[in-house]
Design a protein around this ligand. Structure first.
Ligand SMILES: *Cc1c(COP(=O)(O)O)cnc(C)c1O
Length: 390
């Protein structure tokens, strides 16, 4: 019997939790109505389910239901936040600040805006992956309209100090957006406490389905304006047109609800698994931890391995463990991870990296098997006889 590799790539995506699927199913078949149909019970049922989901999501982040705009995921939510603010506030200013280590779904909209004449500051990070708050404040200008800093990094898992960033932005009347795709359900997130004005979410990183997410858009103190990026029937108070996908929205809310309910116990369990993996891996010489050792997602371990070729390393791991060396969307590229380069790693170490993403369905036994295999794979790749044999 051929066994599939152990899945440790939870930053790329996660399987749908059966409880999420169960919640979604009736909305594909029985309750299939269009939530915008106001003349019959099919529409009302769907609308009631969407309303309930909106309330759950709002409550999860300390917002109100009217502040939730459904999107196709975090990429779209980031695009809507960044381009939407840029378009709505360009008469006030054209300067935006973000980090070099952001996801491409933030970096690319920023590059696009730059081509339209906006001025973008891509702040460097410290060698542990965290923002330098002093540098952030120094970068503020009278024409700065937006700061976009992710809550948790998708490669190295580091958690940015959202509260401090939020306070600084609020003091200077600059809007604060955070991409919380990796953070929701894993760390506490309250938009009031953290002074967040826009926040992006997606379901498929937390055991929901692919193709659904949302953007939180603050309605008071301050009231944030965003220009829609998809025009049509005026859904989502005109901010994002398109028929709402009731089953996926119900699933998103269920996924968030479950993640929050199990957050504390699951955090502890994942932290233990990650520490166990690190303890074993770090017994080898020449293993470097990427990102801050504590200020990171419980299930994230990212290491660089000295003395091996990055491609050969991934190939050797493949039969036993499904991992990647960086973001899934950039793993087809031949350039090293922009995140690891921003930490100051050299190209070779940036290539020879492994991102372990441990999740809800992984066990201690699996972690042990992965560690054993990774250690022997690295050791044999380091044998002098292996050099030049590929
Ligand atoms: C996965 C991810 C995205 C993209 O989300 P999609 O829903 O797949 O579009 C954006 N930002 C971060 C940090 C992510 O991890």
């Amino acid at each position: 019997m051929s066994q599939r590799p152990i899945y440790l790539d939870c930053h790329a995506t996660t399987p749908v939790d059966r409880r999420v699927l169960e919640a979604m199913l009736p909305y594909f078949t029985e309750h299939f109505g269009n939530p915008a149909s106001i003349n019959h019970v099919y529409g009302w049922e769907a609308e009631a389910a969407v309303k309930q989901a909106r309330e759950t999501l709002a409550k999860a982040i300390g917002a109100t239901p009217e502040e939730i705009v459904f999107t196709s995921g975090a990429t779209e939510a980031n695009n809507l936040a960044i381009k939407g603010v840029a378009e709505a506030y360009f008469s006030k200013g054209r300067h935006i600040i973000t980090l070099q280590t952001e996801h491409n779904a933030v970096l690319d909209p920023c590059h696009y805006l730059r081509s339209l004449g906006f001025d973008i500051t891509f702040l460097p990070v410290r060698s542990d992956g965290l923002i330098d708050l002093q540098q952030l404040e120094t970068a503020f200008r009278p024409d700065t309209i937006l700061v976009s800093v992710m809550a948790a990094n998708n490669e190295i898992g580091v958690l940015q100090p959202l509260k401090e960033i939020g306070s600084l932005c609020r003091q200077h009347s600059i809007l604060f957006h955070t991409d919380a795709a990796q953070a929701i359900g894993k760390i506490p997130l309250d938009v009031e406490e953290l002074k967040i004005d826009l926040l992006s979410l997606t379901a498929h990183k937390i055991y929901g389905s692919k193709g659904i997410g949302c953007l939180y858009v603050r309605r008071r103190d301050p009231r944030v304006k965003i220009a829609p990026q998809i025009h049509g029937g005026g859904h989502e108070r005109g901010m994002r047109s398109g028929t709402l996908s009731t089953p996926h929205i119900v699933g998103l809310a269920k996924a968030v609800e479950l993640a929050l309910a199990e957050r504390e116990s699951e955090s502890q369990r994942l932290t233990q698994l990650r520490q166990h993996l690190w303890q074993q891996m770090s017994q080898l010489p020449g293993i470097h931890l990427n990102g801050h050792p504590e200020q990171r997602l419980p299930g994230n371990l990212n290491i660089s391995v000295e003395g091996v070729d990055g491609a050969a390393l991934l190939l050797a791991l493949q039969p036993v463990v499904a991992v990647s060396s960086g973001a899934a969307c950039s793993s087809t590229k031949t350039t090293p991870s922009h995140v690891l380069m921003a930490l100051g790693r050299n190209e070779r170490l940036a290539y020879a990296s492994i991102r372990f993403g441990i999740g809800r369905f992984n066990s201690l036994e699996e972690i042990d098997r992965v560690a054993q295999h990774a250690i022997s794979a690295i050791s044999s790749l380091r044998q002098p006889s292996a050099i030049g044999c590929s």
